[in-house]
Design a protein around this ligand. Structure first.
Ligand code: SF4
Length: 147
């Protein structure tokens, strides 16, 4: 018999608008951007891809991410604890809190459940829905860091 996953019965999650995940914390500091994320943002702001990159992005070791000020840990789009570009938010934000790294039981407990007030509230995400989000986040990680 296969071992039951710790999230077999699903997980409740609903964003409570705390803005906590939109503020740098530990290793989850930057808001990384896939090609699709950059295209979505560019269309949202009615800019060309190169204009959007010039105004809003930086690159570290070849990986694009939103610009960040060293003296301000908030994402540049965080306004009054809300995402001011919510419709165009990148995959990293769309798939939170169901990332390959955070879905390890220990990391979930230490990094997510104790930190994010949305955990345990609202919609029950089934195992299948969670895994779909994890796969999407992993696909972007693969594009950004391993291709
Ligand atoms: S893009 Fe929006 S959802 Fe993502 S970190 Fe920034 S403010 Fe938060």
């Amino acid at each position: 018999m296969s071992k039951k996953l710790w999230y077999e019965e699903g997980i409740r999650f609903e964003c409570q608008g705390s803005g906590k995940c939109c503020t740098s914390h530990g290793e989850y500091g930057w808001v990384f951007l896939s090609k699709k994320d950059i295209k979505r943002f560019s269309e949202y702001f009615e800019l060309s891809v190169s204009e959007f990159k010039k105004i809003y992005c930086d690159q570290s070791e070849g990986v694009w991410h939103l610009k960040e000020k060293m003296d301000d840990p908030d994402c540049m789009f965080l306004k009054d604890n809300q995402c001011s570009a919510y419709e165009a938010r990148p995959t990293q934000c769309r798939t939170w809190p169901f990332w390959p790294d955070t879905m390890q039981a220990k990391a979930w407990k230490k990094e997510v459940a104790s930190f994010c007030p949305g955990v345990g509230k609202g919609k029950l995400y089934s195992k299948k829905e969670i895994e779909k989000q994890v796969e999407e986040a992993a696909r972007v990680d693969e594009e950004l860091f391993f291709s």
